[in-house]
Design a protein around this ligand. Sequence first.
Ligand code: BDP
Length: 725
Amino acid sequence: MTTYFKVLASLLLLALAAPAAAAAPSQAVEDGYELWLRYRSLPAAAQAQMRAVSSAVFLGGDASPMLQAAAGELKRGVAQMSGREPALTQELRDGALVLATPARLPAITALSLPLAGLGQEGYLLRSVRLEGHPVTLIAANSERGLLYGSFAWLRAAQTGADLAHLDQRSAPRIQWRMLNHWDNPDRSVERGYAGLSIWDWRLLPDAQDQRYVDYARANASLGINATVLNNVNAKAEVLTAPWLRKVAALADVMRPYGIRVFLSVRFSAPRELAGLPKSDPLDLRVRAWWKAKADEIYRLIPDFGGFLVKANSEGEPGPQDYGRSHMDGANMLAEALAPHQGLVIWRAFVYSEIDPSDRAKQAYSEFVPGDGKFAPNVVLQVKNGAIDFQPREPFHPLFGAMPHTNLGIEFQITKEYLGFATHLAYLGPLFEETLRSDTRAAPGATVARVIDGNLSHDGRPTLMAGVSNIGSDRNWSGSHFNQANWYAFGRMAWDPELSAEGLAREWIAQTFSREPRVIEAILPIMMGSREAVVDYMTPLGLHHLMATSHHYGPGPWVSDLARPEWNPTYYHKADAQGIGFDRSASGSHAVSQYAPELAMRWGDVKTTPLELLLWFHHMSWDARLPTGRTVWEELVHRYDRGVQQVVEMRRQWAALAPDIDPRRHAEVASYLAIQEREARWWRDACIAYFQSVNHHALPPGVVAPALTLEQYRAMHFSFAPGHGG
Ligand code: BDP
């Protein structure tokens, strides 16, 4: 047993031996490791109710590794919450938790349960009488459904549902619910703010870490069923035999939790690894190499998921190096994986140093001509917005423009552009805003409906991917509240119509407290937090004002980088007269990439929401807005509003001190102090810069920036995190 295991085991024993102590949050040791799977001891009455409905766990038949995982989690959860561990039983008895598929327990067919629509992953929870016994049924068509149903039961228990009268039914709307790790072989994590990569490649495959299992548990509890282990800026080496053995070891850990492993691959691997003269996708030797590589991988990992590819993007190699198209590249890999039912996930995040057109237009121009030409096992993975994971962007126009292509969405859970791990920014509202956006490409064609395959394809792969915020930090995500972003992402990938607010409530109840008063007090902190970041970084539709490379802090003045579209000045276009990127008909006409109704609305200043104003329009500083303020006044107003919101968040959090365990309370409070300081820095630096451009006075009563523009410009941060690889 490693020390780590010993500590974990003794903590567990402690929790079991002294449930009363664990019940009082102020006494429990809370370091965030357990995520939302804390299973803290319930009050006495709730314990009694829980014991009555979980006297035993019935599996009825052999326990596969997946069923063992499900039953093990139920036993752990019930033991910790109720103080009594249920036994496994092979006999139906009163108060049992019954895990059943029709194949394993034909008796349930008499109940005429609505299992048909659940598919291979859905579940049903219902309090029923089975052969005379009152039981709680966790029913599904497959073991995977039982696993998800077990976690759903635990979620119900942790969020205070009436366990004696359960009736829930749920099936995922998206087939591939996936994390993308941007983890490098040296354990650095591109845009990672939570420590090192959790994959200890050097010790794999020989040594395993309990973290891998806990990672799989946490993901399975949300319904996440796929993980890409390595950075999209991939090294060819991950495809060599020794690395594949490491990957296989991780796949073994993930398998019982229903998680399939994928790899990011480097398009030039055949040239780099096999010494082929080139990696041209139409070259027969290249095609043969990929086929042989796929065969080798599947011999080791029979349920391997497939490849994620960043090609001809930001300097990565790709088919265009040989004059071939993205389709040629994707379809070549698709052919190699097809015999194994593997998937190619091809990223649409492309923009070129030689294309002078608006960066926001380039992916559309590149990919729309290929609509309908990708192989059936290719999914095009499209970022939520057309630029790059900004605090606010309109949805990516590709979602309304490729009806004959499998489109998946990619969100960034790690907060590269939203204050790293230190800023509290709950991303549920950002995910929700994009998913509920109506593309107007067809009736009811919200982004959620486009990506869940509802509109066009039968049985074709569907995907929602999130760039992971997970690392080796004890609390996994770099901050306690960042865990909520992992949580909300996973739950929305299961059902993209779940609400950000509902998920925040669920998460708070499991992570901090079931007390309604505490939930209501934490909720506004979370729900207003993303808008606060928008306000103090990039209000009114501004975007990409971040400092160079590491993206830490403001850099609206940067204008000297080699590629024009890497400069913030490219995006805000501020000068003495005005500010904003004209994407209307008089400018780049990027609005024309949206459905006509949206193109009309966003193409006209008068009908463009203020939140997107400077994304689509270049405005005079003095133009009067519907708020009664001029553009300049509104900009300053929003910068101030953002800072004030953080001040308010700090106040609200401070008032929660009696209700939150001291360690997590103090950790969050210290990060909020950093956030307030940095929000002021953002506000001050941006106002100082824009003022230097427009020479406008500050509106009356507005506080001047603390430092001079030169002082903000002189700040340098050589070792900002997340910027390696
Ligand atoms: C950008 C990141 C860069 C990633 C790139 C991508 O700054 O590190 O490699 O996205 O998504 O936002 O490929």
